[in-house]
Design a protein around this ligand. Structure first.
Ligand code: XMP
Length: 319
């Protein structure tokens, strides 16, 4: 794509001009935006960039290994893997209110990011994968009243607090352009096409209290579900698909025995921007096969439901 290769060159030159020989820190989430921003800045300033991947223990199966592995081993970026599961899960212990959970995670995320960033000597810039729609949204929302449905997890206000200047090389781009730029920079296509994953991670897919047991079961069920979707060639038709573990055990029968295990809900929606969404019309065959696989392959789950709520009135996530 010639426009993207031209954009890439311009952006690289602009980053070099802005940053000079200073050091840059980038929070890597594994999402498309921060990944493309990191790859672009790395191309511009190489080893002056250090990425911090905050692992809150609420990631999907193999996610930390995949993200850190790709950037560190395949792309040669400096990546700090901040393994802070202990801290996050400790503070979340016993908490069941959705907003409380979100606020705890948001606060700890900032603390942890700051702690690791402070160890990077001489850092002067913070890189963010802000897109054009984010720029517009923050402007248009500042004028009028708004209703907060869920507190959003991000790192707003952090650069000022840390005395860092911002580098935002994606500010002029829309999502599809960011994907094109990512391909141009050589990020693998399966990575670029990944469904969005929320900052609070599996916490908001585990309604009620979070336990390590529930998170482990959820990770396994989610992995089977996504595997099914990929095998049936449906992944790219769906905006987002995931499993939620319900805070209830139900009775079942397997082999000769009675079971008393967790129920889970499968979610899959189509959407253009996440603001509204429709549930995905899977075939009954697909749903039946997926339920059978999850119950057979995931100890701890004996009942599978499919969530057919659209947005509105539902939200995409369960909390
Ligand atoms: P809801 O559940 O509000 O989600 O319909 C809309 C979209 O936003 C994602 N989401 C988040 N993303 N931090 C994020 O980075 C958050 O706190 C957060 N909450 C929801 C959600 O996955 C969906 O794509």
């Amino acid at each position: 794509d010639w426009t993207m290769s031209a954009y890439r060159e311009e952006a690289v030159a602009a980053i070099r001009a802005q940053v000079g020989d200073a050091k840059v820190i980038c929070g890597l989430s594994g999402g498309v935006d921060s990944s493309v921003a990191a790859a672009l800045i790395h191309e511009a300033v190489g080893d002056q960039l250090t990425c911090v991947f905050v692992d809150h223990g609420l990631l999907r199966k193999n996610e930390a290994e995949e993200v850190v592995g790709m950037f560190r081993d395949n792309m040669n970026l400096h990546v700090i893997h901040a393994d802070e599961a202990e801290l996050f899960l400790g503070e979340l212990d016993g908490q069941s209110d959705p907003e409380t959970k979100r606020k705890i995670i948001g606060r700890l995320f900032i603390d942890v990011f700051q702690k690791y960033a402070n160890e990077i000597e001489g850092a002067a810039f913070l890189a963010q994968g802000t897109l054009y729609p984010d720029v517009i949204e923050s402007v248009s929302f500042s004028g009028g009243p708004s209703v907060t449905i869920k507190s959003h997890h991000n790192v707003g206000g952090l650069p000022e607090k840390m005395g860092l200047k911002l580098v935002e090389p994606l500010r002029e781009l829309f999502k599809d352009e960011v994907r094109a730029l990512g391909r141009e920079l050589g990020l693998p296509s399966h990575f670029i096409g990944r469904h969005p994953f929320p900052g609070p991670g599996l916490a908001i897919r585990c309604p009620g209290e979070i336990t390590r047991e529930k998170l482990d079961i959820l990770r396994e069920a989610d992995a089977v579900y996504i595997d099914q979707i990929r095998k049936h060639g449906l992944y790219d038709e769906i905006w987002q698909a995931f499993c939620a573990i319900l805070p209830v055990r139900t009775v079942g029968v397997m082999g000769d025995g009675r079971t008393y295990d967790f129920a889970c809900a499968l979610r899959a929606v189509t959407s253009v921007d996440g603001m509204t969404a429709d549930y995905y019309p899977f075939s009954h065959e697909f749903l039946g096969e997926t339920a059978t696989r999850i119950i057979n392959e995931v100890p701890g789950i004996n009942r599978v439901t499919y969530d057919i709520t659209s947005k509105p009135p539902g939200t995409i996530e369960w909390e």
